[in-house]
Design a protein around this ligand. Structure first.
Ligand SMILES: [Zn+2]
Length: 392
């Protein structure tokens, strides 16, 4: 029966190896392979090769297809000395990865050469427990969770859509949430605006939301903007720097204002809107897909576009649409999945149906088109001929 050394020697015969010097050269050059670290978590936390992805040896076979779907991608597998990774490289070959090499000498040799290493920031034990269900998903993992903690998301409105969106973003550990809303909590809000409670009646919605969200997750810093978004304050508020904006406004002047500002500030907007039993959601990403004006060059006449305050809304509907907005936001932050850029989802709560229509960028769009005619803020209330209020 073959001992460990014989087995290792046999495996090494079956795989290709690369020296740390050659691997370093490829990392510095244009055709960097993907480094796959198969050591134990505590070894990874003490430092790893820059740009490497982590998957412990024990769960390599289970996780790798989620992490690296392209089986032709050049991979360099490493451990501390090159033995554990030799077995890992063989396993990857058996899984169909056809461009895998083992790093001879491993991370120890890499460090001995004085090559650069990255020391990852690590989650605290409390964070590890809180986000454990994220850490189990390869598409999120520790790196994704750090991204969420570093992310800054601005919510327009702490109403029907902003409530579920902000609750799920806070629970997920999105580190900074800005919330813009000038209203106070009213009894008629509580049928759907679940971030608020009965004992908050009369309290500013942004402060009520801040209390709920920070109580839910102390990792989250909520920045309240107790004001209505206007042409005068939009540059100041967006100028604080946001990765994603969640649009939960229920009036056309704010939507058009936010659209123009987000195009000029180059921030993606996860748009949602609701009315009675119907909701819609899409993602506007400046320069990548259409903007709100590409879809709706003109607002509908006010008599054809009643707000929830005027027309009513089923209480759970904003919960569904706002949760979909949170989902799109998390995906944008994580850089995972297919976003709703260029796709408009239409949800009907009575029939429980979800339809999708493709939406395209309009080269003639007055704001994001090839020859923009609107290059500064306009009078949005006059443009929409409607009062600006949040009451989603
Ligand atoms: Zn446009």
């Amino acid at each position: 029966m073959a001992g460990y050394r014989d087995l290792l020697a046999r495996v090494k015969d079956e795989i290709d190896e690369i020296s740390t010097i050659d691997a370093h050269e490829r990392l510095e050059g244009g055709d960097a392979p993907l480094f796959v670290d198969v050591r134990e978590p505590d070894e990874w936390e003490e430092g790893h090769i820059p740009g490497a992805i982590y998957t412990g040896r024990g769960r390599l076979e289970q996780r790798i297809e989620g992490l690296v779907p392209d089986k032709t991608r050049p991979l360099v597998v490493y451990c501390s000395a090159g033995s554990r990774s030799a077995f890992a490289a063989k396993a990857l070959g058996e899984l169909g990865y056809d461009n895998v090499v083992n790093l001879a000498g491993g991370f120890s040799e890499w460090k001995r050469n004085g090559f650069e290493i990255t020391i990852p920031r690590v989650l605290t034990p409390e964070q590890r427990a809180r986000y454990s269900r994220h850490l189990l998903i390869p598409e999120v993992g520790e790196e994704g969770q750090q991204r969420l903690l570093d992310a800054r998301v601005l919510l327009i409105g702490a109403g029907g859509l902003g409530s579920p969106a902000s609750l799920y973003l806070a629970a997920a550990g999105v580190g900074t949430l800005g919330i813009v809303d000038a209203d106070v909590v009213d009894e008629s809000n509580l049928q759907r605006q679940i971030v608020h409670t009965t004992d908050r009646l009369g309290e500013a919605k942004v402060l009520s939301a801040k209390r709920t969200l920070e109580a839910l997750n102390p990792d989250v810093d909520v920045r309240p903007f107790e004001e209505r978004l206007t042409s005068e304050n939009v540059d100041r508020i967006l100028g604080e720097g946001w990765d994603v904006i969640v649009d939960g406004a229920d009036n056309f002047p704010t939507r058009y204002l936010l659209n123009d500002a987000s195009v000029w500030h180059n921030v993606p907007v996860v748009h949602g809107s609701i009315y009675r039993f119907e909701g819609q959601i899409t993602v506007f990403s400046p320069g990548v897909g259409p903007c709100y004006r590409c879809l709706f060059p003109q607002p509908p006449p006010p008599e054809l576009a009643p707000s929830c305050a005027e027309g009513g809304v089923l209480g759970v509907l904003p919960g569904i649409i706002g949760s979909l907005q949170a989902n799109e936001t998390l995906k944008l932050i994580l850089g995972r999945g297919d976003s709703l850029i260029g796709r408009l989802l239409l949800f009907d709560a009575l029939g429980t149906t979800l339809d999708e229509v493709s939406v395209r960028r309009d080269p003639e769009c007055p704001v994001c088109g090839e020859h923009p005619t609107i290059t500064e803020y306009i009078d949005y209330v006059e443009f929409c001929n409607a009062p600006a209020v949040y009451d989603a």
